[in-house]
Design a protein around this ligand. Structure first.
Ligand SMILES: C[S@@+](CC[C@H](N)C(=O)[O-])C[C@H]1O[C@@H](n2cnc3c(N)ncnc32)[C@H](O)[C@@H]1O
Length: 229
């Protein structure tokens, strides 16, 4: 990381980062999102694996009433996002520079209205499939964190990973696939910004696929109680 960016990260990451606290009994303390984002924010979105932050920053710019959490353990990417936050002066972004599974454990139930997972690592070799982020247990965690009717937007340029993820969502009792025609998974959605990995796939002649799922209503849900106080 270049010197100037490293200094920016040192100064600004503590301001924008979310800390997860483990209690003495080993339980994870639930995040207070109202305190983290303040009164202006009416909804919370999460982007898992934001890479260089293109979509995160575009969403934050176009949706000032939304608090957006970006989660990625890749430090170079965190540096790029911090630089973008510094340039744009956006105040509705927070960063968790770690594993999405740890963050999900600390989120209050039913707090998210949207979750992006754009081009997560496909781990193409069969012996590495267990490293894929999308697993049955991960779907359970995101189902817990999403509000009824909350959305998941997933993209990939790897057809077999798309089938894997689609299979997980179709077998889940918590989600419905939002699809009317092939355009829905072949066309780049209007509410998603192009990312580095999408452009990389395009240059290599690989087609990107976009899948959108909706959290079904749950009899156990909090009935719309807000996690923003
Ligand atoms: C292939 S890159 C895609 C980056 C970006 N979304 C894009 O489309 O350009 C996958 C990203 O997921 C991040 N990642 C991998 N495992 C993760 C995890 N457990 N939680 C959060 N992010 C993760 C990586 O650090 C990397 O930045």
């Amino acid at each position: 990381m270049r010197h100037a960016r490293a200094a920016l990260v040192r100064d600004l990451l503590p301001v924008f980062s979310i800390d997860i606290v483990e209690e003495a009994n080993g339980a994870v303390r639930q995040l207070d999102l109202a305190q983290i984002f303040g009164d202006e924010v009416k909804e919370i979105w999460l982007e898992v694996g934001f890479g260089s932050g293109e979509n995160l920053v575009a969403c934050a710019k176009h949706n000032p009433q939304v608090g957006i959490i970006g989660c990625d353990p890749f430090f170079e990417g965190v540096g790029k996002l911090i630089s973008r936050i510094d340039t744009t002066k956006l105040e509705n972004i927070r960063i968790y520079p770690g594993d999405a599974r740890d963050l999900l454990r600390a989120l209050p139930p039913s707090c998210l209205s949207k979750l992006f997972a754009l081009f997560p690592d496909p781990w193409p070799k069969k012996r590495h499939h267990k490293r894929r982020l999308f697993q049955r247990s991960f779907l359970g965690s995101i189902a817990d964190s999403l509000q009824d009717d909350g959305e998941v937007i997933f993209s990939t340029d790897h057809a077999e990973y798309a089938r894997w993820v689609l299979g997980l969502f179709l077998e889940s009792p918590y989600f419905a696939w939002e699809v009317r025609s092939a355009d829905d998974w072949l066309q780049h959605p209007k509410d998603v910004a192009s990312t580095r990995y999408e452009l990389k796939a395009l240059r290599a002649g690989r087609r990107s696929l976009f899948l959108r799922f909706r959290r079904k209503g749950s009899v156990l849900s909090s009935g719309g109680e807000s996690c923003l106080g």
